[in-house]
Design a binder for this molecule. Structure first.
Ligand code: PLP
Length: 398
């Protein structure tokens, strides 16, 4: 038996983590067990759209926990009905299936597309996805992802995914054949380093998929729920996808995800889909409280404005330090560092009490709370400025 010598040892070692242990959060700040405060521009990986420990979530959790935690997914419950209705009212979709994680929602989207192929498209099952895409860590969603590091893992993969290139319609056209049932993509490839699709590409893709009778699936697990300044990213391009998945921000920090489909695409039959915790009232009540806040036009406008402010400040910082472009939308932005210094910057930022993410060695990703203030953005920029100055000095030393 493995001898546990340190509390960290009781957890499977699935990623390199710093030895910091967080014990408290409030808004844009986190505290570790030594009382050190950190400004958080990761926010649970674009999850905590209202920041850490918002009262509205704490109240929703406490109120629902006193009322009903779960009656079993074999029965309706009031909270999931309310949240489903709210999502349907706020989007172009007609029906919702709730899940517990983004990967599970995407797994559901893949199953739904295959079901649609079986029922309505002559058994078509292939889904065109994109190089660099990330859809989760179940076997099917890893297979759907276009992440290089996944390629040698857990073979054989789930078949039926062909990879096109982002913003390259011809590369999608080339892959369409009689077995194709859907095209699935992230409107902004987050994990790959924040690579946005153009609105034109999404519009052309919608037209192409319609022309070929294919479903268009948008994975809005990272871009949905206000992250890009609109409630859902597809609104920027003015398109109507057939299927959308949500995760991360929809629960504001609790495990909740959703699979949404138009009436045409919503074709699951009894026995096709389910799960013990899916649509449980505790998480759905929290999701409803979060959605009520985030979907307020004034909240979305403030988030979009904060995104523009952050973008402008990052551009100034890039100009000062000779860095590359700022890309992304709303409060999902990346700064191109031009050199593989991302991990070093992240480590120095942690020391300085700032949480940053480097999804690729040459990029930093910024995904603060959607209610982040200008003061907090200015504080982050100031800290990053100091770190970049030190890095620049270090780079000049032979
Ligand atoms: N899809 C996208 C676009 C994501 O960014 C992620 C997570 O980062 C996932 C799917 C997987 O979500 P989860 O980690 O909740 O399974």
């Amino acid at each position: 038996m493995l001898k546990v010598t340190h509390p960290f040892d009781a957890l499977m070692d699935i990623t390199a983590r710093p030895p910091t242990v967080f014990v408290k959060g409030e808004g844009s700040y986190l505290w570790d067990d030594a009382g050190k405060r950190y400004l958080d521009f990761i926010q649970g990986w674009a999850v905590n759209c209202l920041g850490h420990a918002p009262a509205v979530m704490a109240e929703a959790i406490a109120a629902q926990a006193r009322l009903l935690i779960t009656p079993s997914p074999a029965y309706y419950n009031a909270a999931s009905l309310k949240l489903a209705k709210a999502l349907v009212d706020l989007s172009c979709f007609d029906q919702v299936f709730f899940a517990n994680s983004g990967a599970e929602a995407n797994e559901g989207a893949i199953k739904l597309a295959r079901k649609y192929g079986t029922l309505r498209n002559g058994g078509a099952f292939e889904i065109i996805t994109f190089a660099g895409g990330f859809h989760g860590r179940t076997l099917a969603t890893m297979s759907a992802s276009g992440k290089k590091a996944f390629e040698p893992l857990f073979e054989p993969k789930v078949p039926g995914f062909r990879k096109a290139r982002l913003n390259d319609l011809a590369s999608v056209k080339e892959l369409i054949n009689g077995n194709t049932v859907a095209v699935m993509l992230e409107p902004i490839q987050g994990e790959a380093g924040v690579w946005p699709t153009t609105d034109k590409f999404l519009q052309d893709l919608r037209a192409l998929t319609k022309e070929h009778g294919l479903l268009l699936i948008v994975d809005e697990i990272q871009t949905g729920v206000g992250r890009t300044g609109k409630l859902f990213h597809y609104e920027h391009a003015g398109i109507t996808p057939d299927i959308m998945t949500l995760g991360k921000g929809i629960g504001g920090g609790v495990p909740l995800a959703a699979l949404l489909a138009t009436e045409k695409a919503s074709c699951f039959e009894h026995g096709d889909q389910g799960g013990t915790f899916n649509g449980n009232p505790l998480m759905c009540a929290v999701g409803l409280a979060v959605l009520e806040q985030v979907s307020e036009p004034a909240f979305l406008k403030a988030a979009a404005d904060a995104g523009l402010f952050l973008e402008a400040e990052l551009q100034k910082l890039a100009a000062r330090h000779g860095l590359g472009e700022v890309r992304g939308r709303g409060l999902l932005l990346a700064l191109d560092l031009k050199l593989p210094i991302g991990p070093a910057i992240v480590a120095q930022a942690l020391d300085a009490g700032l949480l940053l993410n480097s999804p690729q060695p040459d990029a930093l990703r910024f995904m603060p709370a959607l209610n982040v203030t200008r003061e907090e953005i200015a504080e982050m920029i100031g800290q990053l400025d100091t770190i970049l100055t030190k890095c620049g000095a270090a780079r000049r030393v032979p």
